[in-house]
Ligand binder design. Structure first.
Ligand SMILES: [Mn+2]
Length: 424
C-alpha cells in the first residue's frame, strides 16, 4: 500500500503547534541548528528484508497478520516505513530467502518507493532444499574442501544477485564454530575461513566491499570461528582494502565496551558499518534503544568524532542497517521505533560541545567531561528529529501516523491474517 500524502499532512497538522513550541525551545540552545537538521535529514538506515515479518524463537512464532508474502511486498513495507520517517531509503536482501526473480522489475518497484538496495547477505547457516553438502559442521571453515567450495560458490552467487540490483557490498555472517572442546582445530578453522573468504574477495567487483560480521556464541556454544572484532579485523586485514569489520550490537558479551571497539576500527579504516539492535542478555535482537539508549549514544559519540577526524560523510561513509527480530511487536512499528532511536542518538552526538570535551580531556577534568557528554544525552532532541522528518515530507510522529492511517489493518485486509514472511 501507498501512504496518502494528504492524509499524512492532515495528521501532521493536528500536532504542528505543539511541535513548533518544542522545537523552538530546544533549538534556541543549539549552535547552528540548521547544520544539525541538515545532517539528520540525509541520514538513512537500511531495513533488512527478513525483519518485516514476525520473528520467532525456537519455542514458537506468533504472527500478527498481513505479513509480506513476497519480495515485492517486502519492498512495499519498506516503502511505507520510508514514507513515514523519510530515513529508510534502502533495503538489505537476504539470499536465498529473497532471490529477485526479475531484477529489473524489482529495481523499478523499489525506485517507485524512493528505495535502493543496500548490502546483500549470504546464508550458509542453514541447509537449503536440494543442497549437496550439509553445513551442520560449518561452511567456510569446514574440514571438507567440497563443503567450503559450495559455500564459496553460494557467496559468489549472492554477489551476482547484488550486482543486478546495484548493491555495493556483501555481508557475511558465519555460524561456523564448535559446540564442544576438542571438536575443532582453531588454527585450521581460521585458515580455512581465510582461504574461502579470499576466493570470495577475488569475485568482488572493483567498487564492492565485503563486510565480515562476528559473533561470540550461538548457534555454536563453545567457540565461534569469527567470534570477536579481533578475529574479524585479522581476516579483514589479511583480505585487503575491500574488506572491513561489521559490528552487530547484539553480538557482544555482556559489558563489552562497544564504543571503544568502534573508535579503534574507525581509526584503522576497518569499520564497515552497523547492524543496530538492542539486548539485555545476548543476541536478543530487541528494538534499538529499548534497553540501553545511553550506550547507543556513546557509540554515536565515537562514530561522529571518529568520522569527523577522518573527514568522512556521516550518511554514506559507513553502512547503517537494522538487524532485529520481532516476536511480539508489529515489525513495521518496531522498525519505525528503531530508526527514531538511532536518529535520536545521532542527534545527541551531534550537539556535544566537542571543543569543551577535548579541553576537559586534555586537563583530565573527569567531572567536566562527564557533564559535557550527559548535557547532550539529557537534551530532548526529539523535536529536532521530528523537524528533519517533517521538512523531508515525513510524519511528525511516524508510529502515531502509522496507527492513525491504520496501515496494519489495510495490510491484513490485502494480504490476509495468516501470511508468513520468509526470514527469521
Ligand atoms: Mn547481524
Amino acid at each position: 500500500m501507498q501512504i496518502e500524502q494528504d492524509k499524512l499532512q492532515e495528521i501532521n497538522h493536528t500536532g504542528i503547534e505543539k511541535h513548533r513550541r518544542q522545537f523552538e525551545h530546544v533549538a534556541a540552545d543549539i549552535n547552528d541548528v540548521e547544520a544539525v537538521l541538515q545532517k539528520l535529514s540525509v541520514f538513512n538506515i537500511a531495513i533488512p528484508s527478513w525483519a518485516l515479518g514476525t520473528g520467532g524463537t525456537r519455542f514458537g512464532r506468533f504472527s500478527g497478520g498481513g505479513e509480506p508474502r513476497s519480495l515485492e511486498e517486502k519492498i512495499e513495507d519498506v516503502g511505507v516505513i520510508h514514507a513515514l520517517n523519510r530515513s529508510s531509503n534502502a533495503i538489505s536482501l537476504h539470499i536465498p530467502w529473497d532471490i529477485p526473480e526479475n531484477a529489473a522489475s524489482v529495481k523499478e518497484l523499489a525506485a517507485q518507493h524512493g528505495l535502493h538496495f543496500d548490502a546483500v547477505n549470504s546464508n550458509t547457516f542453514q541447509d537449503q532444499k536440494g543442497q549437496q553438502h550439509s553445513y551442520k559442521f560449518g561452511s567456510l571453515h569446514h574440514t571438507d574442501k567440497a563443503v567450503r567450495q559450495q559455500a564459496v560458490q553460494h557467496n559468489i552467487e549472492v554477489i551476482k544477485y547484488g550486482v543486478q540490483l546495484n548493491s555495493k557490498a556483501l555481508s557475511v555472517w558465519l555460524s561456523d564454530g564448535s559446540n564442544f572442546p576438542g571438536q575443532l582445530n582453531f588454527r585450521n578453522a581460521f585458515q580455512n575461513t581465510l582461504e574461502s573468504l579470499q576466493e570470495i574477495y577475488e569475485a568482488l567487483p572493483a567498487d564492492w566491499k565485503v563486510w565480515v560480521e562476528y559473533k561470540p556464541y550461538e548457534p555454536n556454544f563453545y567457540s565461534t570461528t569469527i567470534g570477536d572484532w579481533g578475529q574479524s579485523y585479522l581476516l579483514a586485514s589479511k583480505l585487503g582494502p575491500k574488506a572491513a569489520t561489521l559490528v552487530d550490537l547484539g553480538h557482544h558479551l555482556q559489558g563489552t565496551n562497544i564504543e571503544q571497539i568502534v573508535s579503534l576500527l574507525l581509526m584503522e579504516n576497518k569499520l564497515a558499518g552497523f547492524h543496530f539492535n538492542d539486548s539485555k542478555y545476548g543476541d536478543d535482537d530487541l528494538t534499538v534503544g529499548s534497553i540501553n539508549p545511553y550506550q547507543l549514544f556513546l557509540i554515536f559519540n565515537e562514530l561522529v568524532e571518529g568520522m569527523d577526524a577522518r573527514g568522512m560523510d556521516h550518511a554514506t561513509g559507513l553502512g547503517w542497517m537494522i538487524d532485529a527480530s520481532h516476536n511480539v511487536k508489529d515489525p513495521v512499528e518496531d522498525l519505525l521505533q528503531s530508526v527514531q532511536a538511532i536518529k535520536i542518538a545521532y542527534a545527541q552526538a551531534l550537539i556535544i560541545d566537542k571543543d569543551a570535551l577535548t579541553a576537559a580531556q586534555k586537563n583530565n577534568d573527569v567531572v567536566l567531561a562527564q557533564e559535557i557528554l550527559q548535557q547532550a544525552y539529557r537534551t530532548d532532541v526529539r523535536p529536532l528529529v521530528a523537524e528533519a522528518g517533517l521538512r523531508n515530507g515525513g510524519a511528525l510522529n511516524p508510529v502515531a501516523a502509522y496507527r492513525k492511517l491504520k496501515v496494519r489493518e489495510h495490510l491484513i485486509k490485502e494480504r490476509g491474517l495468516n501470511t508468513v514472511a520468509t526470514g527469521l
